[in-house]
Each structure stands twice: as structure tokens, then as C-alpha cells.
Design a protein around this ligand. Sequence first.
Ligand code: EPU
Length: 423
Amino acid sequence: MDKLLVHGGSPIHGAITISGSKNASLPILAAALLTEEDVVIRRVPDVSDTNYMVQILTGLGADVERFSGTVRITASEISDTAPYDIVRRMRASVCMMGPLLARKQRCVVALPGGCVIGDRPIDLHIRGLEALGATSEFEGGNVILTAPHGLKGATVDLCGENGPTVLGTDNVMMAATLAEGTTTITSAACEPEVVDLAEFLNSMGAKITGAGTPIITIEGVSKLHGTVHNVIPDRIEAGTFMVAAALAGDGVTLRRVHEGHLVAITAALRKAGHQVHFNNTGDACTVHRGDTPMPVEIVTEPYPGYPTDMQAQMTALFAMTPGSSVVVDTIFPQRFMHCAELKRMGADIHVADGKAVIKGVKSLSGAPVMASDLRASAALVLAGLVAKGTTEINRLYHIDRGYEHIDEKLLALGANVERVRER
Ligand code: EPU
């Protein structure tokens, strides 16, 4: 297992290129199962989650080749049972259900269970697929979905207690592409990753309209064909480096971003007193740390609101921002594991009822800390950049699930980081 040593105090500056989106790549890779023909997906980030997805596709019988950010998939003959050993390692494997069910009229997928950021049920996914005519059974830790006579279009509402579901919307949208008749998803997730999946599916011959709005309509077709697709830039990776620049930066430029996807993050950083400038085409931005950082309150919301995947990183920024900042997570109210570790570095944070109150301190000090999930680990890396001394981030595999070459990118910006083997 690797760990990351972050020697704090080196300001970061320069330019890096943002990778393709992990959360767009995962359902798009799964959607390749909807056709027997060749699918080529470009800008798939080299992170362990996309690697697990490739292993799942291979385990299902697809022929997969991966080179230089491109994944070529030919799923001419596939099985309906996703291999448990790999599925259990990644919650996003649930997005196999929609494509497998549509293609094979049956699927067996291991239930993901809870994870450190919360309970993470899949009731809405099941509700959506049942509305299309599938029946579900739970057996031996697996969910078994069957639709021996094929799926049929229906109207389905995908709003849960904490709002819409991203992968649930993806699952129903993928399944509905090959259903008979028209499906309408109401309370659909509007995230850019859902839009990217819809564009990918449409390029395969699907008929989807409304992606990016709360109502998505899918007119079923009898067959989908092969395609070539470029995955959108990773807005959470971009946001993470924007926060790094606001904390420890001396002018950091991020290339290949999408300004429209970063509106909430940009607004929060500007409100906190930092400067964010986009170029005319909106595909590069430069962030400068402000001279007088200010406390802010952020509340996570479904897109286009402030993303839950960016609250831990912002907490690291607030830890060194004078005054009292507040972070409320309405999507995953238990997602505050990073706070205990930040406190070990000297942060002053009080967490209760899905809300963190962060009182800015003058300095943080490096310490051995434990990564608990992907975004929590990113927050620890960011804090380490400005802490005095060395921060040792253990369980680096969490960060490797979703950030492509994070240590290389930080080194390119002048940070003093080292990836070493945990003993
Ligand atoms: N929910 C239900 N029932 C369901 C599904 C979800 O109650 O059947 C609840 C969840 O517990 C949560 C809310 O609905 O409170 C939203 O969860 P959602 O289903 O949207 O999450 P997801 O689709 O499983 C994706 C991202 C997450 C990101 C969330 C929210 C991928 C692979 N994962 O998860 O990304 O936090 O949307 O935006 O796209 C990450 O990248 O670090 C990450 C966790």
C-alpha cells in the first residue's frame, strides 16, 4: 500500500491539464454493454475505479483494450452475472444493472452495502427498473433483476429523501434505451455526468431528450450501435485543484475545464475572497489566493448547486480562513470523516447533525493521518500543502480511486510531495 508524504509550505504555481471525469466514465463504460459493436471511449482517467470497471466488463465476457486514456470495448457475448470479487470493491458497479438488464433481460449484481460516506441504499434504482417491468429478488447478497419479456417504457419519479439520484437516473436511462415505448424520468439528476452519458447513448442511436433537466424522455429503440466518445473534464478534480490554489497557490492555471460545470465552486471561492479567472473560451481557469480570505457558508445540493464531492476540500480551505465558516451536507449528512483527521492537524471544527462549523486557525501542523474516502483524502492532501512540517497520508488507495496521478500533478505545480510504500 502506498502513502503520500506532503511536506508543507511550498507555494504551488504553474499549469496542469485536468483529466477526464471519473464519474462520467464509469456509467459510460458500463453502457458499452448495450451494443455488440465496438465502442471507443477516450479520456478515461487512469484511476483504480475505472480499472475496476474494466475488470468487471472483462469478467462479463467483453473484449477490452486500454491504451493512453482510450478504452475500446467489444461486448459481443456477455454473461448476466457481474463478478462479486470486483463488484464489491466499488459501489458504482450498481450502474451495471441497467445495461445488463436491457441487454440480457436478467442481471445478477452484488449489493454494494454501506460505505464510509453513508448508508447508500439502491431503492430508487430498483424502483425505476421495476417501473420498466423488471422484477427484483434479493438473494445471497445479490440483487437479481429479471424481465423475461423485455422492458416497457413508463413514467418514473426518481426523487428520494435527499433529492434525485445520479447513478439511479443513469441506470433507468440506460435500461430505457432498449425498452419498448417511451420512458419519462421525473426528478431526474441534472449533473453534467448524466448529460455526458445521454450524449454517449444518443451517439449509439438512442433517442434521449431533456438530459440536464429534471425531466428526461427516452424513446426506446430496438438496437444500439458502436460509437466513439470523448469523456467530459472532471469537474471535481478541477474544483480540488482550484481549492488547492486558493489555499497554497501563487497563480495556478487549470487547462481543459468546463466553466459551465464549475459555477457553484467558482462562486464559493470568490465569495471566500479568492480570484478565479476563466479564459474567453471557458476551458481554462487561473486561480489566485486572495489577500483577505473570508468565512463562507456552503450547503451541498444536487447540481447545479454546490457538490457534495467538493465539501471536504472546501473544509480544508476554511480550516485556515479567518472567522467561522459553515459546511452543511444535505446529500450525505454523515460525510464528515475528514474533520476528525483535520482536527489532528490543528483545525478547529465542530461537527453535528450534518453540519461542520470551522473556525479558521493561523496554522496547521503536519501529522500522520488516515484517508477514509476519496474526497476526504483530497482534503487531507490540501491541508498538508499549507501545514507546517510533513503530513503523512495513509491508505492512499482511496485517493487513487478517483484522482489521476495526483502526486505527479502536484509535483508539476511545485508542491513537495512523495509517494512511498507503507511499511
Ligand atoms: N439515494 C437513495 N436511494 C437510492 C440512491 C440514492 O436514497 O436508491 C440517496 C443517497 O443515499 C444520497 C442521495 O440519494 O443521499 C444521492 O445519491 P446518488 O444516488 O446521487 O449518489 P450516487 O449516484 O451513488 C454519485 C457519485 C458520487 C456523488 C453522488 C452525489 C458516481 C460514480 N458517484 O453517486 O461521487 O457523491 O453521485 O453527487 O457518479 C465521489 O466521486 O467521491 C462520489 C462519492
